[in-house]
Design a binder for this molecule. Structure first.
Ligand SMILES: [Zn+2]
Ligand SMILES: [Zn+2]
Length: 426
């Protein structure tokens, strides 16, 4: 294939969208930190890489920019008193491959639109570079560095997000084509047809005219002419037919998705508005998808601080990729005894690997969620040392509910949404 000026999104980019796309690639391929994602996204990708390591799988995950490079355009935007979120999208090609012992066992490539939600604080208070005195050892450390724990004494902190961060992302299929892509795609169908028909007509004419002494060369002139007319015409019809077939198939799927998710937004906001206008469905959707990713890639979900359900019987153990299709259907939402209870279906494409065999499945993941009504969404930046009440040890309680030193369970009291149950529904 011809290589036209290949653009790449870079980790060093000043543009958060491009930075995140590049960090996502290397986070999955090599386990490098995804510093532009929020804490949930970062942890989900870390666990994803762990899963691949555990299964001894190599992957390549390439997001190649193509066509539309909208620099600062965004499709949707919402704001509350303190945060603003914008959804950005650009077209790309997503190429994935899975390797066992260096041998490719699976590959998939598709044109996609990549959506990213970028969340930022409105008042613009950036604390990343502020210094904070570690209450354990007294060292003055930049808050940005404390995310991974105090570099001097290892104390962990529960802190709010250091904005701006990418708080959600997903890919959906892109049927639009750039001019070059269109030309090459039509060409692939039309040229073989033209050549085939030209040979056929040349042959037919030469056989017919043989008695009167026409040479093969003379027959080639009308042969090629007819080849162009018939081959071009039939090739074009075939291309349209193929294209429409694909479009209808995908449109059918989209209609199912749309009809299932219609009204989710309204249902959610009607219920939540009583408590605070700050709750948006978009935030809820990103949060739910991030939590699903973390649970799916966690080897032991019952250890997660935001999961209060039973064990999942290893039903996600073979999942090596989980793609959110951009649609979350809210089945029900209601308040009961100071808690909001919600059921939602997330439309996913899950990729499973077992004994070197890779399979993709379109699946719905049903989650039951709960949130206390008396916990507000946090405003100002807060940072808090995490200390086990049992043994005074410090550990990352945002990732693990039990203390690794004494086994006590530690509750983060101002937990946002928690997942009470999760299952795959067909
Ligand atoms: Zn310290
Ligand atoms: Zn402890």
């Amino acid at each position: 294939m011809k290589k036209t000026e290949e653009r790449k999104w870079l980790r060093t980019s000043d543009d958060l969208y491009e930075k995140f796309a590049a960090e996502l690639e290397s986070g999955i391929e090599t386990g490098e930190k995804v510093s532009s994602g929020d804490q949930d996204i970062k942890y989900g990708i870390e666990l994803w890489r762990n899963r691949l390591n555990k299964k001894k799988l190599g992957v390549s995950y390439d997001i190649i920019p193509r066509g539309l490079f909208a620099d600062s355009s965004h499709s949707r935007e919402w704001k509350d008193e303190h945060y603003s979120s914008k959804v950005y999208h650009r077209t790309c090609r997503l190429n994935k491959a899975v390797y066992v012992d260096g041998k490719e066992v699976y590959s998939n490539g598709d044109n996609k639109v990549m959506y990213q939600t970028v969340t930022d604080v409105l008042d613009g208070a950036r604390v990343e570079d502020d210094f904070y005195c570690c209450p354990n050892c007294g060292a003055n450390v930049k808050i940005g560095e404390l995310v991974e724990g105090c570099p001097y004494c290892g104390t962990f902190f529960k802190m709010d997000e250091l904005y701006p961060k990418v708080s959600g992302y997903y890919f959906i299929s892109d049927f639009g084509e750039t001019e070059n892509e269109l030309k090459s795609e039509i060409g692939k169908i039309i040229w073989p047809m033209i050549i085939g028909f030209s040979i056929l007509f040349t042959f037919v004419f030469s056989v017919q005219k043989n008695g009167t002494g026409h040479s093969l060369l003379l027959s080639a002139i009308p042969g090629v002419l007819f080849g162009f007319i018939f081959g071009g015409f039939l090739g074009y019809i075939l291309w349209v037919y193929k294209k429409l077939g694909k479009l209808f198939k995908e449109a059918g799927k989209s209609i199912v998705l749309l009809s299932n998710t219609a009204g989710s937004n309204k249902k959610f906001e009607n219920c939540m508005k009583k408590y605070s206008p700050e709750f948006s469905f978009e935030y809820f959707q990103s949060k739910v998808v991030s939590m699903i990713r973390v649970i799916v890639f966690s080897d032991n979900p019952v250890d997660l601080p935001f999961y209060t359900g039973d064990g999942v019987n290893g039903c996600f153990d073979d999942v090596i990729d989980t793609d959110f299709r951009g649609a979350l259907a809210l089945r029900s939402i209601k308040e009961e005894n100071g808690k909001i209870c919600a059921y939602a279906d997330a439309y996913m494409i899950n990729t499973y690997e077992r004994n070197g065999k890779v399979k993709r499945k379109e699946e719905k993941i049903n989650v039951e969620l709960e949130r206390r009504t008396d916990i507000p969404i946090d405003y100002g930046f807060s940072i808090k040392k995490i200390q086990c009440p049992g043994c005074a040890g410090s550990f990352d309680a945002t990732k693990n509910r039990t203390c690794p030193y004494c086994g006590n369970s530690y509750d983060i009291e101002d937990m946002d949404w928690v997942v009470k149950s999760i299952k795959i529904v067909k």
